[in-house]
Design a protein around this ligand. Structure first.
Ligand code: GAP
Length: 472
């Protein structure tokens, strides 16, 4: 079920960001890359987290995490000296043995290995999907006939040797990212044609200024206003931010639960032209699930220098070294968020259930015979196969009482259960049970596919279906 959901999420993202756009194409790059790539990108020198070790039991912790747990201070991005000072001032000790903590030191998060039989040929598992795209930039630019703007998308595994993995899918050492590098002429950053389609989308945002004081509620404003007020660095990022906000809501995550926070200088690399993380309120605290970075021309410049070649192209009769905006989404973190926000426990049923929208539900419909006997099972089996042929993700279940089967379907978020009963044999009609209201409607078999399509596409509500039946 998790795999089906993951596939649906990736398909949803691909449709929205890649297939619906004429200028964004997807690649599938290598997971393992030579050392020279990460020397050039800067990861070898600075892709690190602060590590702190207990002098007695030798347990290791991420210094900023242990500080946040003990004091509530957000210490991400602080220097080693600053971290040591906070640990000392707050008398923070080892959580497992209460021993004294050593000084913090930096720990590089990349997994290294040897490439090929020759010793000394070092390589690394990629810590983000992005670097494949930068090193191959010239090839993609030529494929796009050097016409800016264009985007290269990629879905795949990234690897980080996290000091303390935790919280199920939230912090793991092997995770999937859905990333896009959108290359554009910096002089056209506020003339991005796709922006026109989304400029009125209202988003929740936490500005730099708000973070100077205690903030309790994000601001709501249109992306157009946010770009004009320079809260969002440019229209290119504004486009992605608006689309992300719409995407999460379509996946069942309520708008009031997430916001875009402007990253403070100590949280962003020096080259950043402005980063806005999408943060969501979860039971474990506020978590970044999407990072939006204005990477400027930093990466292309670094790879240009290391490869001793030029990445400047002639686009629209002008020499340009493109700038980059990067929306980077964590597949696991988004799935985790969907699970939390779609989970339901209520008094109307004695079982818990998931209110997944059709866009993410691992299984959309189920077909049940009321009983196994008298030809009901055969009728239901045929119907299930017909529905599968018609493209529905259907599940067949004939074991146990019908109530139990409805409960099992609710537990995995199946939206509609179709039951074949004795009336089906006589009149070729079936009942559809709605997961959310638990109400049932009877429909003729010949209308079933159209009705299910309309319900799943949200062109028809279940209440409207019931109303139509009353009127007929
Ligand atoms: N290329 C930019 C980049 O990698 P990031 O903010 O480090 O930016 C982007 O990561 C997203 O990847 C995060 O918002 C998060 O969803 C996901 N991610 C990062 N580290 C992760 C980890 N250890 N476990 C699960 N997801 C992770």
């Amino acid at each position: 079920l998790g795999t089906l959901m993951r596939q649906k999420l990736v398909d949803f993202w691909r449709q929205l960001f890649v297939l619906d756009n004429d200028n964004i194409f997807e690649i599938n790059g290598s997971l393992l890359l030579p050392e020279s790539v990460f020397k050039a990108s800067g990861h070898l020198d600075s892709f690190e987290d602060p590590l702190i070790q207990c002098k007695s039991c030798k347990s290791m912790y991420r210094a900023d995490h242990i500080i946040a747990q003990n004091t509530g201070i957000s210490a991400e991005g602080l220097s080693l000296e600053e971290l040591d000072k906070i640990v000392e001032e707050n008398k923070i000790v080892c959580p497992s043995c209460k021993g004294e903590l050593d000084k913090a030191r930096q720990f590089n998060l990349m997994f290294s290995t040897g490439i090929g039989p020759v010793s000394g040929n070092k390589g690394y598992l990629r810590p983000e999907t992005a670097q494949n795209i930068f090193v191959n930039f010239k090839r993609y630019a030529s494929f796009m006939r050097n016409k800016l703007p264009f985007g290269i998308a990629q879905v795949g595994k990234s690897f980080r040797n996290e000091i303390s993995p935790r919280n199920f899918l939230i912090r793991v050492r092997e995770f999937e990212q859905m990333e896009i590098e959108l290359f554009f002429d910096p002089e056209m950053a506020n003339k991005f044609s796709l922006f026109d389609f989304v400029e009125d989308v209202e988003i929740n945002i936490v500005t730099k200024g708000m973070q100077e004081k205690e903030w309790s509620k994000p601001l709501s404003m249109s992306v157009k206003d946010a770009v004009e007020k320079e809260i969002i660095p440019n229209q290119v990022m504004g486009y992605f931010i608006a689309m992300e906000s719409e995407m999460l809501q379509a996946l069942g995550i309520p708008k009031e639960s997430f916001w875009f926070r402007y990253m403070l200088p100590h949280e962003t690399p020096h080259y950043s032209g402005g980063n806005l993380d999408l943060e969501v309120k979860l039971s474990i605290g506020n978590v970044e699930i999407i990072g939006n970075a204005y990477r400027t021309d930093y990466d292309l410049k670094k790879h240009e220098k290391a490869s001793k070649s030029t990445f400047t192209i002639v686009s629209n009769n002008k020499k340009v070294l493109p700038h980059v905006v990067e929306p980077s989404m964590g597949v696991g973190r988004i799935l985790y968020t969907i699970l939390e926000y779609c989970y339901r426990e209520d008094e109307s049923r004695t079982w818990s259930w998931f209110k997944f929208p059709a866009s993410i539900a691992p299984i959309e419909i189920a077909v049940f015979p009321l009983m196994k006997k008298d030809g009901l099972a055969e009728y239901a089996q045929d119907l299930h196969l017909d529905l599968k042929d018609a493209g529905f993700v259907s599940f067949y279940d004939d074991s146990g009482k019908i109530g139990k089967r409805y409960a099992r379907a609710d537990e995995i978020g199946i939206l509609y259960c179709i039951t074949v009963d004795y009336e089906s044999l006589e009149k070729d009609t079936v009942t559809i049970r709605d997961r959310d209201s638990t109400k049932q409607a009877r429909v003729p078999i010949e209308d079933l596919e159209d009705v299910l399509d309309a319900l799943l596409e949200e062109e028809l509500t279940f209440e409207e279906l019931l109303e139509n039946q009353k009127n007929n």
